[in-house]
Design a protein around this ligand. Structure first.
Ligand code: NAD
Length: 440
């Protein structure tokens, strides 16, 4: 099939590349000329495992192209995927400016048989808005569909090509049939292709993210409770996770969720609820708990240094909002950096992939080191903000020698108490008692 994907960010680039890899002709369009120029030179603007190789292979075979020319790309395509950003507005709702602009720009160029699919996460009713708008602009019925994306950054290719399910929202079953054919190569393992109304499909995406965010805020609250009661959240997590009704996924306590999706999607759903006269009590609390969780590590740091961080050197491992990505949108590390800078601390950071993105926001207000160990030189404490694999088994002896004082604030519970303490560190983690317990 001939596809056009508008918006070549994390979702659009993965979508376009995976569809090209399954044999379709795909043109990825973006408004950002520098991004398109870079992609045409083989430079991938984001870090996503496996993506670079896949882009190269499909670009070389001619199945995947990048352009800023929306008009001719749309005119040529049977299926137009819209994957532009839908960031948070000031009032918490989703900002549809880019999407609405793209819908209007596409309208005059659509083929008679075109299907326009929204992949961006959009408020319930947006598909209907698009259908009405395209009818007004073209004077005919244009097939529209919702096909939300559930990929995780860091495992995006795997998630896209081996989805747990594909959800589409359509008005006519024939549209679903075309989309099912497009997805067929990824659904060979009998994973479900779920067809519903556009409204249910749009809601499904928000409900999924809100559920996952709720699990994270829930376990964070339990972690905070554990701390006050000398229980160990890691034991509790295992104690509940083995219950098949509960499971382990998204039940890791930490420094709060970040990224470009959970924070904005929880707020957008709450905003939708309010617009419809429903009080989003759970959603508001999930967001509140998360905002509070982003301050938990700072409280521990402040209490350790008796409130005085002026002139202290803090090493920080991990900047990305999660491992295996360079995405720093709403990353908890950035919230902590802001707080530490305000208190006069000096910050030495290391992240395997996200340092360039952080540098473009913070410049030389903080330091960046190419190796994790270099961040520790002369540090009064180490703070761990992202659970990159390379931070899991460090050389504690070498760390001791590099640091001015052996203190670790572990926002991801990477280490065993007993081991860190054996190496002489003062160790502060999330939801675990500071006294070493049986099995810790
Ligand atoms: N990032 C994720 O993990 C993820 C997962 C599922 C769903 N989503 C949703 O997918 C959507 C896209 O997210 P993302 O993370 O890929 O965003 P992104 O910011 O990485 O990419 C958006 C792209 O759209 C481009 N763009 C903006 N206006 C444009 C226009 N008028 N014409 C052409 N291109 C334009 C931007 O230049 C950018 O490259 C959002 O709605 C998001 O909520 C994201």
């Amino acid at each position: 099939m001939k596809l056009c994907v508008v918006g070549t960010g994390y979702v659009g680039l993965v979508t376009g590349t995976c569809f090209a890899d399954s044999g379709n002709d795909v043109v990825c369009v973006d408004i950002d000329e520098r991004k398109v120029a870079a992609l045409n030179k083989g430079e991938i603007p984001i870090f996503e495992p496996g993506l670079s190789e896949l882009v190269m292979r499909n670009a070389q075979s001619g199945r995947l192209q990048f352009t800023t020319d929306l008009a001719s790309s749309v005119a040529d395509a049977q299926i137009i995927y819209l994957a532009v950003g839908t960031p948070q507005s000031d009032d918490g709702s989703a900002d549809l400016t880019a999407l609405k602009c793209v819908i209007d720009e596409c309208a005059p160029h659509l083929r008679e048989d075109a299907i326009v699919v929204i992949k961006s996460t959009v408020p319930v009713g947006t598909n209907t808005y698009m259908y009405n708008r395209l009818s007004d602009l073209t004077g005919r019925d244009v097939d529209c569909a919702s096909n939300p994306e559930f990929l995780k950054e860091g495992a995006a290719i795997e998630d896209f090509t081996k989805p747990d399910r594909v959800v589409v929202g359509v008005r006519r079953p024939e549209v679903a049939e075309v989309l099912q054919e497009l997805y067929a190569p990824f659904l060979r393992t009998e994973k479900p292709f779920l067809v519903m109304s556009p409204e249910s499909s749009e809601m499904t995406k928000y409900a999924a993210n809100a559920m996952l965010a709720t699990k994270i805020s829930f376990i964070n609250e339990i972690a905070n409770l554990c701390e006050g009661m000398d229980a160990d959240v890691n034991d509790v997590r295992r104690g509940i996770g083995f219950d098949s009704r509960i499971g382990f996924a998204f039940l890791f306590p930490g420094v709060g969720y970040g990224g470009s999706c959970f924070p904005k999607d929880v707020r957008a759903l709450a905003s939708m609820a309010r617009q419809h006269g429903v009080d989003p009590r759970i959603l508001d609390v999930v967001d509140d708990v998360n905002m509070h969780q982003k301050t938990v590590l700072l409280s521990k740091i402040k209490s350790h240094f008796d409130g005085n961080l002026n002139g202290k050197t803090i090493a920080m491992w991990g900047l990305a909002f999660k491992p295996r990505t360079d995405d720093i949108r709403e990353a908890p590390a950035l919230a902590l950096i802001d707080q530490l800078l305000e208190l006069g601390a000096k910050i030495q950071t290391h992240d395997p992939e996200a340092m360039d993105n952080v540098r473009s926001e913070y410049g030389d207000r903080i330091e960046y080191t190419e190796k994790p160990m270099a961040a520790l030189i002369g540090a009064d404490a180490l703070v761990i903000m992202t659970e990159w694999q390379e931070f899991r088994s460090p050389d504690f002896v070498a760390m001791q020698h590099l640091m001015a004082s052996p203190v670790i604030f572990d926002g991801r519970n990477l280490y065993q108490h007993s081991e860190v303490k054996r190496h002489g560190f003062s160790y502060h983690s999330i939801g675990r008692p500071s006294v070493v317990q049986v099995g810790a």
